[in-house]
Design a protein around this ligand. Structure first.
Ligand SMILES: Cc1cc2nc3c(=O)[nH]c(=O)nc-3n(C[C@H](O)[C@H](O)[C@H](O)COP(=O)(O)O)c2cc1C
Length: 260
């Protein structure tokens, strides 16, 4: 593939990043972790700003940008959130079969008080009026857009060396009343954000035997739901494959090895 240079970066004719830049993107994706243990160090405002800018550049249905970011540092508010978590966590434990309950109860599933910053990412369902391009047939696209913003934030934070933990074991009504969120706005994600001692190489739930990562090949169908295939990713005319036998799987494991 022919490459031209743009400043310091090599950009291919198809707009692909240089190998180093592609590696950096995949590295952020593969090395991102859900974090539940935090150091107390405060985060520089410039870092917080950059990860919020990343979130704000997420795709959104009809360019609706339905998100807001409530930055929560107040210890009093975080204590109320933590109590709401404790109530929901107690309820949750009872829902698991007895044989999984003690493992569930041993998991640390939040870092609300120890992280220096909590962020609630919300979705304003009325933003830009009642009819939004792209939501007419699928009404929840504004919520999905907000989740895209969360993922951008999470990846940018990882690149900045900032841990993020998503806490969903809190009743939405508790979030609404504690944070004063109006009815037309949905609290989509409650995030704990801060420096961490380490980013674990694999998900904690995997390490502790809660669940394993599913084999990607089992999740890919060909043309219709449930239709498995030997090599569903490769197209018959796959030039990339014949060129250098590149495979995401190969690339991923190589990157993962290098990250350890
Ligand atoms: C929508 C959503 C809600 C989550 N809620 C919680 C939660 O309440 N507590 C928790 O410890 N982790 C929560 N997580 C984190 C997942 O457990 C974690 O993403 C998963 O175990 C994979 O680990 P990784 O993010 O480190 O790759 C949540 C993740 C998502 C995407």
């Amino acid at each position: 593939m022919k490459e031209r240079t743009n400043g310091n970066e090599a950009i291919s004719e198809h707009g692909a990043f240089s190998q180093a830049d592609r590696d950096a993107v995949y590295q952020a994706i593969l090395a991102r972790r859900d974090c539940r243990s935090f150091l107390p160090d405060p985060l520089p405002a410039a870092v917080v700003k950059r990860i919020l800018v990343a979130a704000h550049h997420a795709p959104s249905v009809g360019f609706m940008q339905p998100w807001n970011f409530i930055l929560i540092r107040s210890i009093e508010i975080r204590e109320r959130i933590k109590r709401a978590f404790d109530r929901a966590d107690l309820e949750a434990a009872r829902l698991f079969p007895v044989e999984r309950r003690s493992l569930y109860q041993s998991l640390k599933l939040e870092g609300i008080l120890e992280s220096p910053l909590n962020i609630c990412v919300t979705c304003d369902r009325n933003r830009n009026g009642p009819t939004v391009l792209g939501t007419t047939a699928q009404a929840d696209m504004d919520l999905y857009s907000t989740v895209c913003a969360v993922q951008n934030l999470w990846l940018a934070a990882r690149a900045e060396g900032v841990g993020v933990g998503w806490v969903s074991i809190i009743k939405i009504d508790d979030l609404r009343s504690i944070l004063g969120v109006p009815d037309h706005v949905v609290p989509v994600a409650y995030l704990c954000v801060g420096r961490v001692a380490e980013f674990a190489p694999i998900p904690e739930l995997e390490r502790l035997g809660w669940l394993d990562r599913i084999d990607l090949d089992r999740l890919i169908f060909k043309d219709r739901w449930g239709e498995a295939a030997n090599d569903p990713i490769a197209d018959a005319n796959d030039q990339e494959k014949s060129r250098d036998d590149f495979s995401i799987e190969h690339e991923s494991s190589d990157l993962t090895r290098r990250l350890k």
